[in-house]
Design a protein around this ligand. Structure first.
Ligand SMILES: [Zn+2]
Length: 437
């Protein structure tokens, strides 16, 4: 799914929820430091982090404090540089069509308030400087500094600027790369905490931190797609990094910056990364001719295993969603809008490791569709319809879901049967590139 609603691109963040969840239940220990004296400890923290992470500093790192509103300004500036208002609008329409956010949802505004609440600090590769949020509890300041200094070391050794302008339409791979960067910094941060406090080491659990409504009201009320996308690089990334470390040690992890994880599937199943099982690239071509009439392309991207899990779990159980998304091989979706009516159509092509995996996903998406649309009812197929092809009539147009061998196509929001048939024919001609990695 689009990474543009998960985080800024040119600022490498530490999130408050991760820092406090990793904070090892030793809050009371800290006494009487002020934020500026915490920054005085930067050199000392850098020495510890460098030793724990096994990367030598090539130069010292500048640091500074920022208020909540200054952080908000930085986030707004970064978003303005990386994402146009049209792209935000396209994401809003795609997410609303998929039933993941309310119809009048203001994505950009929500992301700004969410990040204003959550950003505990950030590192800026452009200026090679890190900023600490002035408001975070004293006990957490050095933890955040350790996280940010890991980013500084990553930048000095692996160049983080190359991640700033990721090609559009390749979000699943982009999210995977960010999971490596954030997972690395989160694991190092936890090691630092452990080293300093001789406490217990613990990773934040996937479902634990967001529940705290009084502490993080914006996060607690956020649509699941935003909350889980924001957390993914930190939580799943840390689990991924631990698995790679177990197998390959720190120098081995360093090699991952040359050969990046290529998909969220590899992050969620580190053995697939270690074995080099890369994603299949899908090219659907333009569907405008098949749509006919007056349509425009909103967005085209890759969902990935994680994106499909989010799509399913909004409407069906989490365990079922997780299972149905496994065995992902590759996918691409494209969303289009009819200029006059504003109607949105989303076409998806996905390929799976086995026919059984494809069938599981097919069944799960049918179940999702029946829950997503209040009036969804199966329409009688015209020809050759069976278990492997379902057509639904809904309050938002037709939904076709079809299974063929290891592949599934979905057409969601077509307006007539003729249009559905044209789209279906075109979509089945999508090209697959197995060698891509
Ligand atoms: Zn970070």
């Amino acid at each position: 799914m689009q990474r543009r609603f998960t985080a800024p691109t040119a600022l490498i963040l530490a999130l408050s929820l991760i820092v406090s969840a990793a904070g090892l239940r030793r809050r009371q220990a800290a006494v009487g430091d002020s934020a500026s004296s915490a920054l005085d400890a930067t050199e000392e923290v850098l020495r510890s982090v460098s030793r724990l992470r096994g990367l030598k500093p090539k130069r010292s790192v500048r640091s500074n404090l920022k208020t909540r509103d200054e952080i908000k300004e930085s986030v707004i500036r970064d978003m303005a540089e990386s994402t146009t208002p049209e792209e935000f609008a396209a994401s809003e329409k795609t997410l609303a069509k998929l039933g993941l956010v309310p119809r009048d949802f203001r994505l950009r505004d929500y992301m700004v308030s969410l990040l204003r609440e959550q950003v505990a600090g950030f590192y800026e590769p452009k200026t090679q400087e890190f900023f600490l949020a002035a408001w975070i509890p004293i006990a957490e300041q050095k933890t955040v500094i350790a996280h940010e200094l890991t980013h500084a070391l990553q930048d000095q050794h692996f160049n983080l600027r190359r991640f700033e302008k990721w090609p559009k339409g390749d979000s699943d791979a982009e999210l995977a790369a960010h999971a490596l960067i954030e997972g690395d910094a989160t694991v190092t941060m936890i090691l630092y905490d452990y080293d300093q406090n001789k406490g217990q080491m613990s990773l934040p659990g996937p479902d634990s931190p967001a529940d705290d409504e009084s502490k993080y009201p914006v996060l607690a009320r956020a649509p699941a797609v935003l909350r889980e996308s924001l957390q993914f690089p930190y939580i799943n990334g840390a689990i991924f990094v631990q698995a790679v470390l177990k197998n390959r040690s720190w120098p081995g992890l360093n090699g991952s910056y040359d050969k990046l994880p290529a998909s969220t599937e590899q992050i969620m199943h580190p053995e697939k990364f270690l074995q080099g099982e890369g994603p299949v690239k899908i090219e659907t071509g333009s569907l405008l001719p098949a749509l006919g009439g007056d349509w425009k392309l909103l967005d085209s991207d890759v969902n990935g295993e994680f994106g499909f899990q989010l799509l399913l779990s909004e409407f069906i159980g989490k365990a079922d969603s997780r299972k149905a998304s496994e065995g992902w091989g590759g996918d691409r979706y494209a969303s289009y809008q009819e200029k006059k009516t504003g109607a949105v159509m989303i076409a998806q092509y996905s390929t799976w490791d086995t026919a059984r995996d494809a069938e599981e996903f097919f069944n799960a998406y049918c179940e999702r569709t029946e829950k997503r649309y209040k009036s969804a009812r199966p329409a009688p197929p015209e020809t050759g319809g069976g278990q492997e092809r379902r057509l639904y009539e809904t309050e938002e147009g037709l939904v076709l879901i079809e299974l063929r061998d290891q592949n599934v196509i979905i057409i969601e929001g077509a307006q007539t049967r003729e249009q559905t048939a044209r789209l279906r024919e075109q979509l089945w001609q999508s090209r697959k590139d197995q060698a891509a990695r």
